[in-house]
Ligand binder design. Structure first.
Ligand code: NAP
Length: 392
């Protein structure tokens, strides 16, 4: 009988037939989501036989929700995610410079999914790095504060003028702020920083990661990013963590070059929102791009796993794109359920499939650009079939 996942204090109670809600996603969601479901079902059956099985439950969000209900993010969908604790989603469209607010950001904020987790490792795609196998890092990006909180006011608006006038009263000189400036606010608090760092350090201990690097621009933004670093070190001194991990810090610009030049020294990176946003995609570029990079947004219990790329509208419905990001996100979900063996089945099968130089157009393009031949280009659905065949 399919059952809901329950929470018991700090632990998840996962039945053998858990109900997992999923959002298909806009654009290429129609291609990658069915591929992901097939591969995950096959991996679970391959690993556990009939003992375990996921019961998938579709919930509406994005354009499909708007067509069927008139709303982009129905409250019922959020409630289903809350009730079922763990879910997965395809990408959702966000119009640039107007229209609806980002549904992705809204889901993270409404459900208080305060840490975005992005593991980056190499499975065999083409890479701009000489030694992509050295890149194996988990990035923890704070999800609820920083400039992403969305507190910003347009140039010359009444709100912006009011804030500028307050700043002038506080002694900020006109050399630093023009009267017609747009204004954005960068809130970073001890409470939200510490819960995020705690989650990251717990993750490090559980997954046997030894080194955790706090990434910040605290030399310039002393009271926001500098404080992020200080509060991070304070968490590392708590009895739960003290002496168990090597916690260090890097200034953000240096972090970018160090990840390229001293790649294998980085195990986990913990960052405020904007730094985390940039470094996640830059790191993903080293292992084949966003099509190969999984992600999850995790709160105290609730977790929503998601593809890290967008809706790639020009490929929508063409059965062409790479489903790996969503499939690897589902593998993270399996680990989160406490089913790591099934996640390993997926990882191994992806490595085998790529080692045979079979892949979707983006993977084949990458290998071809590196001068390789004997490549087999597969459609999205064929790639999913190949992953299922290559499960050992
Ligand atoms: P995008 O959808 O990620 O696509 C940009 C390019 O990345 C594609 O043209 C394609 O490049 C490549 N790509 C993306 N996904 C791929 C996949 N699965 N397989 C192979 N290649 C893939 O970014 P965008 O065009 O900037 O954004 C489109 C929409 O998505 C926007 O509305 C944006 O707001 C939204 N978005 C949503 C999320 C989310 O839901 N979490 C995240 C980011 C963006 P080539 O054409 O070069 O092959």
């Amino acid at each position: 009988m399919p059952e809901r996942i329950q929470t018991d204090q700090d632990r998840l109670k996962v039945p053998d037939h858990p109900i997992i809600p999923f959002i298909e996603g806009d654009g290429i969601g129609v291609d990658i989501t069915p591929a992901m479901i097939k591969v995950v079902n096959a991996a679970v059956e391959h690993t556990y036989g009939k003992k375990r099985k996921i019961e998938w439950k579709e919930i509406l969000a994005g354009e499909k929700a708007h067509r069927q209900t008139g709303e982009y993010l129905p409250e019922a969908s959020l409630e289903t995610l809350r009730e079922h604790v763990v879910g997965i989603k395809g990408p959702l469209t966000t119009p640039v410079g107007g229209g609806i607010r980002s549904l992705n950001v809204t889901i993270r904020q409404v459900l208080d999914l305060y840490s975005c987790v992005r593991p980056v490792r190499w499975y065999g795609s083409a890479s701009p790095l000489k030694h992509p196998e050295k890149l194996d890092v988990v990035i923890f990006r704070e999800n609820t504060e920083d400039v992403y909180a969305g507190v910003e006011y347009e140039s010359s608006s009444a709100e912006a003028k009011k804030i500028i006038s307050l700043l002038l009263d506080l002694g900020v000189g006109t050399d630093k702020i023009s009267a017609d400036a747009a204004v954005g606010i960068k809130p970073i608090s001890p409470g939200r920083t510490k819960r995020h760092v705690r989650k990251a350090l717990r993750w490090a201990l559980e997954k046997d990661r030894k080194t955790v690097t706090l990434m910040h621009k605290g030399n310039i933004m002393k009271f926001t990013e500098g404080a992020f670093m200080r509060w991070g070190y304070q968490v590392a001194e708590e009895p739960e963590f003290k002496g168990k991990l090597n916690v260090n810090d890097r200034i953000a610009d240096n972090m970018f070059q160090q990840l390229l030049t001293r790649t294998d020294e980085y195990d986990m990176i913990v960052a405020p929102n904007l730094n985390g946003d940039y470094i996640s995609d830059a790191a993903a570029g080293g292992v084949g791009g966003l099509g190969m990079a999984p992600g999850a947004n995790i709160g105290d219990h609730l977790a929503v796993f998601e593809a890290t790329h967008g809706t790639a509208p020009k490929y929508a419905g063409r059965d062409q794109v790479n489903p790996s990001s969503l499939i690897l996100s589902a593998a993270m979900l399996l680990e989160y359920l406490g089913w790591p063996e099934a996640a390993k089945t997926i990882h191994r099968s992806l490595e085998t499939t790529l080692s045979r130089r079979t892949g979707t157009y983006d993977l084949v393009r990458g290998w071809r650009n590196e001068g390789e031949s004997n490549l087999t280009e597969l459609k999205c659905s064929e790639f999913a079939e190949a992953l299922m065949e290559n499960m050992q």
